[in-house]
Design a protein around this ligand. Structure first.
Ligand code: ADP
Ligand code: MG
Length: 367
């Protein structure tokens, strides 16, 4: 069996990819709920659906133009880290393929290799970091090796898809070193990386695009959950209290942390910023109020900026009442700790998990 890698092939790929991502969107979001922010399936479904609709309205006339246009749509509409990453994959492939109406199998190898190199550069990620690269890199390597052995494009794409699925499975025992899952440190071990899982689906769709009959068949769509945009939150999530010398810093950090949760349903965050009159300082009364606001019964993590903010919370913890509420201080930098705490609490993490996620933010290297 062989295949012509023409515009029709790449259209079948995008169509198949969109239908598979839609069918598996709930599973991808569930994988992301375990080690991220429960939006990966939702993100990709939105991006691929919108890309396919836009391309139907304004059809590109070469494989390269099709992939480039799809990549631009993904970057603009997916949201989340996977948007620019998958957008880069398709745009880079499109650029390497150029205007040729039919793609030689070796040209596809070059396009795939360039695409993965771009993702690695953009994400500063390598195999073993527990990301989509763990599925993409082996797939690209397997495709090139199969061609070198004299295989045709169908067998080579089959080998690539198999390598992507194996690579995704192999992320389970890894500890995440990139992306939101890295906030969880060792607790990311034991879970399949959602981006690696979606990459395996995409590489499988690329292989399946070699079979027009298979692509014409329906894909059973898993039943949609009641509330796919974010999992049903468990009752009583861990609250986060942000204690800063500045009212503005506390409020802006809370807004940032909520925005980065991505599900539209962040766990409670309350602020104790500055003094009651708005000036710079730390107020024990504002901290007490914030703890009451953030407390849903599952505990509260206090993320403090420095000096008196830390001391005020420590002093309150020594009082009866506030420590009974399960309030703990995170040993974390303010902004990073706040984001890690709120993201982890929103994904349903318990008090120990939220505290540990915030603490891990301290060890996050920037150079
Ligand atoms: P977000 O993490 O912003 O919510 P998604 O949930 O859509 O974005 O995508 C998460 C996936 O993106 C991860 O499972 C991982 O595979 C991939 N990812 C995140 N950061 C990186 C990175 N720096 N390099 C490569 N892949 C990454
Ligand atoms: Mg996510």
């Amino acid at each position: 069996m062989t295949v012509t890698l023409d515009l029709a092939f790449f259209r079948r790929f995008l169509d198949r990819a969109t239908r598979v991502i839609t069918a598996e969107s709930t599973r991808l979001t569930e994988l992301d709920a375990a080690i991220g922010d429960a939006d990966h399936g939702v993100n990709l479904k939105r991006g691929f659906t919108s890309a396919v609709q836009a391309l139907a309205a304004d059809p590109p006339d070469s494989p390269g133009a099709l992939l480039t246009a799809a990549g631009v749509h993904l970057t603009n509409t997916v949201g989340g880290a996977s948007g620019p990453l998958y957008g880069t994959v398709l745009r880079r492939m499109g650029k390497v393929l150029g205007e040729d109406p039919v793609v030689a199998p070796e040209a596809l190898a070059r396009a795939l290799a360039a695409a993965v190199a771009s993702v690695r550069r953009l994400g500063d990620s390598a195999p073993g970091d527990k990301t989509m690269v763990d599925a993409l890199q082996p797939a690209v390597d397997a495709y090139a090796e199969a061609l070198d052995r004299g295989a045709g494009p169908v067998a080579a794409l089959d080998a690539a898809a198999q390598a992507a699925r194996d690579g995704a499975e192999a992320t389970v025992p890894l500890q995440a070193r990139r992306g939101r899952a890295s906030y969880l440190g060792e607790r990311s071990i034991g879970h399949l990386d959602p981006g690696a899982a979606s990459s395996a689906l995409l590489l499988t769709a690329l292989y399946e695009a070699t079979d027009p009959e298979l692509c014409a068949a329906e894909i059973p769509t898993a039943a949609e959950p009641q509330q796919e945009h974010g999992q049903q939150p468990p009752a009583g999530r861990v609250g986060t209290v942000l204690v800063s010398h500045s009212r503005d810093v506390a409020a802006a950090t809370a807004a940032l942390a909520r925005a980065l949760v991505g599900t539209g349903d962040p766990a409670p965050v309350a602020t104790a910023g500055g003094l009651p009159d708005g000036s710079v300082g730390t107020s024990a009364e504002l901290v007490r109020q914030a703890v009451r606001t953030a407390d849903e019964g599952a505990g509260v993590v206090a993320v403090c900026d420095m000096g008196s903010a830390v001391l005020t919370v420590k002093a309150l913890l020594a009082e009866s009442g506030i420590s009974d509420a399960g309030v703990r201080i995170a040993d974390a930098p303010f902004v990073e700790g706040a984001v890690a705490a709120v993201v982890t609490a929103s994904a349903g993490g318990d008090l120990a998990a939220v505290l540990a996620a915030a603490d891990d933010a301290r060890t996050y290297r920037k150079i």
